[in-house]
Design a protein around this ligand. Sequence first.
Ligand code: GLC
Length: 662
Amino acid sequence: MVKKFTFNNPIYTGAVVADIKASSDTLPYFEHKNNSFLYTMSDTTAVYGLGEAVRGINKRGWIYEGYCSDDPCHTEDKRSLYGAHNFLIIDDKSNGGDRFGVFFDYPARITFDIGYTDTSTLTVSTEKDDIDVYIIEGESLRKIVKNFRSIIGMSYIAPKWAFGFMQSRWSYFTKDDVIRIADSYKEANIPLDAIFLDIDYMERYKDFTINDERFPDFENLVSYMKSRGIRLVPIIDAAVKVEDGYDVYEEGKAKGYFCKDENGDDYIVGVWPGKTVFPDFLNDEVGKWFGDKYKLLTDMGIEGFWNDMNEPAIFYSEKGVERAFEEIEKYKQISLDANTFFDCRDVFAKLSNSQEDYNAFYHNYNGKKYKHNDIHNLYGYFMTKSASDSFARHNPDKRTLMFSRASYIGAHRYGGIWTGDNHSWWSHILLCLKQMPSLNMCGFLYTGCDMGGFNGNCTRDLLLRWLSLSIFTPLFRNHSACGTKDQECFAFGDTKDFKNIVDLRYRLVPYIYSEYMKAVLNNDMYIRPLSFDYENDEMAKNIEDQLMVGESIMIAPVYTQNANGRYVYIPENMTQLKLNADGTLTQSKIEKGHHYINVALNEIVFFIKDGYCVPLCDRADNVESIDENSIKLYGTGKSYELYTDDGYTTTPTLDSIKIIGK
Ligand code: GLC
C-alpha cells in the first residue's frame, strides 16, 4: 500500500514512524529530473492535500511552497503559511485515470507547482536532491489518507475540556481582565472552558515567567478559575530573551543550548522582548531542557499551552539591523525618487524573516551540524515535540492541551495547530473551511482558526456566521489581535443569539468528541471534502464550501455578508436540523439536489446523512458538566456509536464505544 523511494541522502525528519525499506523499483507516476518530480495531469485531475495553505480544497492552479512562514496576511497570492505539509492526493479515478497519495519528506523549502506554470503539469521541486518520496495507494480517497496516516503515527489527542468554547485576546493584561471576561460570559449564560493568556502575562515577554504585578498570586488565579470551570492557557514563544540574570537564558547560554552563528557564537535575533536567542530544539538534550520548563507552569495548575512564533519568526537579526542602519544613511543625502523612496522604505521592512538570516544560523541535530535553512520546517515541530515529551514524562496519565503555529507532518503526533493570524474577513470563514479537510489529511485533527478573525475589526454578523462553521471544528477559539475592537461574544450588544449558538456547540460535544476520537484511533479524517464521501458524484467533486463532519453530518455554513441563506448541494436524501432563534431545534427531510436554504443570522442549519444519527445532549456550562444521560438522537438512523471516556486518559481505545439506541 505504501512504497518508499529514497533519493541520495535525505535528512531524517521523524515524520514517518513505520519502518519501511526503500524500494529498488523506479518511482511510479513521476518523471524525476534536476531535483524535480513531474506528473502529467489530465483536465479532470483533482489535487488534494498540502494541509495549511491558501486557496481551494482542490489545490490545482497555483504554486505553493512547503516552508513554515510567519505571514500575517493570508491572501490568495501567498505560497506558504505557517505549516509545511507535503502530502498530496492526485485523483482522476472517476474518469479512468490515476488515484494515489504522495508524501515528499523533505525538511527544507519545497515547491509545488500544481498546474500554475503549465496547466497540465504538477512539478515538485527542491533545492537539493536528497529526499524520501512515499507513494500511497488505497481503494478510495479516504483509504489513501488512512494508509498514509498509518505510517506517520497516531494524531494528538486533546483533553476533552479543550472541545469547549475558548476565549482569547492579545492580550488580557491583568488578573482583573481575566475575571471580567469570565464574569461577562457567566452573566450572558454563555458556556466557557478556557481563557487564553497572550504574551503580556509574562514579565517582559520572557518565557516561563509571570508578571507578578499584573498577575499577583498566579497560582491562586489558576485554581480560582478552575473552580469556576475555566482553564487558563498561556502562550510560549520560541525565542528566549537575552538578559543577564534571567535563569532560562543563563542556563541555556552556559550549556550552549542556543542556535549558533558561523563562528559558534549564539545567534541573536529580535522578537517580542528585543534581543533573543533560539533554543536548538532539534538537539534532544535542549528539547528535554526546554520541555522541562513547562513544568514551572503545570506545577501551578496550568493544563494547556499554545506554542507560537516557532517558524521561527524573526523581526530582525542583530547583524541585519546593523547593516540596515548603515544602508539607511546613504538615503539621507539624496532626493528620493520613484526607485530610491521605495528602496529606502523597504530597508527595515526587509529585515523580518529574511533568507539571509535563515541561512546564518546552525543546529546540532543527531550529532551533526545543519544550517537552519536545510531543516527549517522542523523547528516548530521539534518545539512542540519537546513540550509534549515533557508532558508525557511529568504527567504520563493526563492529556495536556498543546497546539502550535508552525508545524511539519510528524508534529501532528505531539499537538494540534491553529491556522495563525487570519483576518476578520468574510473570505476567511471560507479559507478556514477549506483548510480543515486538508489538515485532516495530514494528521492535524485538533485544529481550528481564530474565530471572528485575528487581524482587523470583527462585526456582530461576521462573528455569528463564523460560529456556524467553528462550532464544528475541534479547536473552537475566539482570538483577536491587539488594537482591534473587542471580539468577545458579549461585545456586540444582545448576547442571546451567541448564547444559543455556543449552547448548540456544547450540545454537540458528545458527537464532536466521539467522532474526533474515532478518527484519531482509526487514522481517519474527522472533517472531509464532500468528494471523499461521494467519490462518483461529479457535483460533489466541485463543492468547495460544504464539508462532511464526522460520520453523520454535512455542513454548509453561510459565509457572505448580508445573505439570508445560501445554495446547498444535498448529495443524497438527508435530514435537515435547524437551530431556531429561540434555541429550539427543528428536524425536516431534504431531498437530494440543489436547494436554497434560508438561514437567519441567529440560526444554524446542518444536515444528517440518511440512516445516520447525531447525539445531542442538554446544554452545559462547560464540558465537564455535560450530562451524557440527557443525549437524544436526531436523524433517521436507529443508533449511534458513542465514544466516551474520562477526557484525560492517555491510552484511549475503541473499546470505549457504546451503542446508544433511540
Ligand atoms: C502572533 C500569534 C498571535 C498572537 C500574537 C501575540 O501573531 O499568531 O496569535 O496573539 O503573536 O503573541
